[in-house]
Design a protein around this ligand. Structure first.
Ligand code: AVJ
Length: 353
């Protein structure tokens, strides 16, 4: 049957492997033990993304206030040809690929310049990798997808090293979730994986008017609030805890000094919460806050410095007219700090075999 043939062909083009952790990552229980029991209280933002949280995030991306995703996506669509032309990848490796929606633009550009490549999406969630892989292989009949399941917080050392030029994509301003030293450390680790000729494509949100930032994290439909509060449901389920979500408020504020949005869950009244799995309780006073996310906003200078500290040279910096977002193309500087030179093709297209 036609469908079965298609299925097996699709299967041949898809593989999925686990990436061995280079170091252990703390479990939610350990992160809660460390961050939740005593003030200042905080939890890593990665725990937002259970299936409900991921669905809420998708809906946040369509609110009129949350400009981030649509701005990056439009910028990528406009610049994909230039990015592919400059990086000429045999492989696109994407950290935290999720639904791979934005990657579509890059693959489209590969197709248009007759420069097929292999796609290596890397994400913690296997089911989303399979779904995204199927969708992309249906759209691009030449595409091979090698999905990678793992947590990049566990290190990048054991990422496969495909033969040929790699474009490493780290999009969505996820880099903004990392504080200064963590961001440098992550990009440095990536830098260690890269060879001369490889490129990094980094998406980063920009410093802008506080009113716009405030609105983006306090959308009128209440989706960001629901997204933030959903973390309590994750804790209840995973840690056998008894948080009452209605006893908390969502708070998101832009700290102009620190140039970051900070999201908190604020206790509406004093309360005790039991964490079954830890066999611990915590007492929260009315108004006490749990920091659930930082979302850093960057200036072009800060991005240059960050990339420089991580061992990169910026080779191109794309931004929309309103300067709301940056896409940066960077290359590893090489061991002696000198710029590694590699052939660049100006005209694009058919020059690749
Ligand atoms: C996915 C980390 C880029 O910081 O803007 C959206 C997550 N949090 N609304 C961001 C988020 C609240 C988002 N990142």
């Amino acid at each position: 049957m036609q469908t079965r043939l298609l299925d097996s062909r699709t299967k041949e083009r898809f593989s999925c492997q686990r990436v061995r952790p280079e170091r252990p990552v703390p479990s939610l229980a350990e992160d809660a033990q460390l961050g939740l029991l005593t003030p200042p209280r905080s939890l890593p933002p990665k725990y937002f993304y259970d299936s409900h949280g991921s669905a809420l995030f998708d809906r946040i991306c369509t609110t009129p206030e949350y400009y981030v995703t649509r701005t990056e996506s439009a910028l990528l669509a406009a610049r994909a040809a230039a990015i592919i032309d400059a990086s000429r990848p045999d492989h696109i490796v994407e950290l935290g690929s999720g639904a791979s929606r934005k990657t579509h633009h890059l693959l489209q550009a590969c197709e248009l310049s007759c420069a097929p490549c292999t796609y290596w999406p890397y994400d913690v969630c296997e089911s989303i990798l399979v779904e995204a892989g199927e969708r992309l292989m249906a759209a691009f009949d030449w595409l091979d997808v090698n999905a990678l399941v793992g947590d990049y917080h566990a290190g990048l050392r054991h990422l496969p090293e495909p033969q040929g030029r790699c474009l490493y994509a780290f999009l969505g301003s996820t880099i903004g979730n990392f504080d200064g030293p963590q961001a440098v450390a992550l990009l440095q680790e990536l830098n260690l994986k890269m060879r001369p000729g490889d490129s990094l494509l980094l998406g980063a949100d920009r410093v802008k008017d506080a009113t716009i930032l405030h609105a983006a994290y306090n959308d009128a439909a209440g989706l960001t609030a629901a997204f933030n509060l959903n973390l309590l449901r994750v804790l209840n389920r995973e840690l056998d805890a008894d948080f009452a979500p209605e006893a908390f408020d969502h708070e998101a504020r832009y700290d102009e000094e620190a140039q970051q949005v900070e999201m908190y869950l604020v206790a509406r009244r004093s309360q005790s919460v039991h964490l079954g799995v830890l066999d611990e309780s915590l007492r929260l006073e009315a108004g006490e806050r749990i920091l659930t996310e930082i979302s850093r906003k960057f200036t072009p200078d800060k991005l240059d410095t960050l990339l420089h500290e991580a061992g990169f040279n910026v080779t191109a910096h794309y931004e929309p007219e309103d300067s709301y977002f940056s896409l940066i193309l960077a290359s590893p500087r090489g061991a002696n700090g000198a710029q590694v030179s590699y052939p660049r093709i100006q005209g694009g297209a058919a020059a690749r075999s």
